[in-house]
Design a binder for this molecule. Structure first.
Ligand code: CU
Length: 193
């Protein structure tokens, strides 16, 4: 009987772990998207969410009028677009959260950040193990950006990026399933499940 109880406890434990494996996809600004129209309050939007490692931020916007720059905390507060950590400019950018901390994003177009097109994403530390494989986001070399579009044209999204995210999600789901399977097999070996 005690063995059965243990098995059930372990099973419930894995179920709980599995529940937290679900990664969420957040569209920044919800239906409004990433814009200066409508005075979207992105900080209110962000504070209504609980972000976790493995979640995806989606920025959707018209790339003729906006972009997404990840910047430092001080550049976020001063709306300085001159030294971004990362630049995204496809109009449909998915960014996977890989570490806890603050992620500061602004629009690099003149006046947009000052108009409120900026968001501070806070990701608390999680008990969940980070099983997200490392792959860097689409990065635009600093030389190619500026107030005007570069002659080379807009930066195309790396085809490997979206594929990588899909694989990542599959890995997460796969890991959960393997965990469950191990418990089931273990249970069968003891003849209690
Ligand atoms: Cu903008």
């Amino acid at each position: 009987m005690d063995l059965l109880k243990n098995e059930i406890m372990i099973f419930l434990f894995f179920m709980a772990v599995c529940g937290s494996c679900k990664a969420s996809v957040y569209e920044v600004g919800d239906n409004a998207g990433w814009t200066i129209i409508g005075n979207v309050d992105y900080n209110t939007w962000a504070s209504s969410k609980t972000f976790q490692i493995g979640d995806t931020l989606m920025f959707e916007y018209d790339r003729r009028f906006h972009n997404v720059l990840q910047v430092s905390r001080s550049d976020f507060h001063s709306c300085n677009a001159a030294a971004p950590i990362s630049t995204y400019a496809t109009g449909n950018d998915s960014i996977v959260i890989r570490n806890p901390g603050h992620y500061y994003y602004i629009c690099g177009f003149v006046g947009h950040c000052q108009a409120g097109q900026k968001v501070d994403i806070r990701v608390p530390r999680s008990h969940r193990p980070a099983i997200v494989p490392i792959s860097s986001p689409v990065q635009v070399p600093q030389g190619t950006e500026g107030p005007e579009p570069s002659p080379a044209g807009p930066v195309a999204p790396s085809p490997s990026t979206s594929g990588g995210e899909t694989i990542m999600l599959k890995n997460v789901i796969f890991s959960c399933n393997v965990g469950l399977l191990l418990v089931l097999v273990w249970g069968f070996n003891y003849g209690v499940l």
